[in-house]
Design a protein around this ligand. Structure first.
Ligand code: 2BA
Length: 109
């Protein structure tokens, strides 16, 4: 058995869970926060048989969009101390970040 850990954007989570459930995958949804943007995202835990991992990833790929986001970065002005100039930087937030890990033991009690 494998555990698929997928970090997705909040906007995509509901659709994705719906589709996974429709195909009989069981999902746990965690409300998480990205360490870089410090903004909310969603982490899904999906325990599946190894041969179904590809299907889970296929569904995630289909439903999770990559979006551009503009953040304000600051950099010190050269030659001066303590002066910072804010400037916009465009970053692309996935899609999805997916980890697939082995499950040593799985029990339901
Ligand atoms: P965040 O950490 O909030 O990152 C959001 C986006 O900011 C990232 O999108 C990436 O485009 C950018 N970013 C992150 N760290 C950066 C850095 N050190 N320098 C420059 N830009 C940076 P994604 O790569 O699509 O990641 C989306 C979310 O997935 C992340 O939110 C984080 O919660 C999670 N994530 C991504 N890679 C991970 C990893 N290797 N381990 C654990 N969580 C990860």
């Amino acid at each position: 058995m494998k555990l698929v850990i997928a970090i997705v954007q909040d906007d995509d989570a509901s659709n994705l869970i719906g589709k996974l459930n429709k195909e009989s995958f069981r999902v746990t949804k965690l409300a998480t926060t990205g360490g870089f943007l410090r903004a909310g995202n969603t982490t899904l835990l999906v325990g599946v048989e190894e041969e179904k991992v590809d299907r889970v990833i296929e569904i995630i790929k289909k439903l999770c969009e990559s979006r551009k986001q503009v953040i304000t970065s600051t950099t010190p002005v050269t030659g001066t101390t303590g002066v910072y100039v804010p400037y916009p930087v465009e970053i692309s937030v996935g899609g999805a970040t997916i980890f697939v890990v082995d499950v040593d033991r799985f029990e339901k009690i």
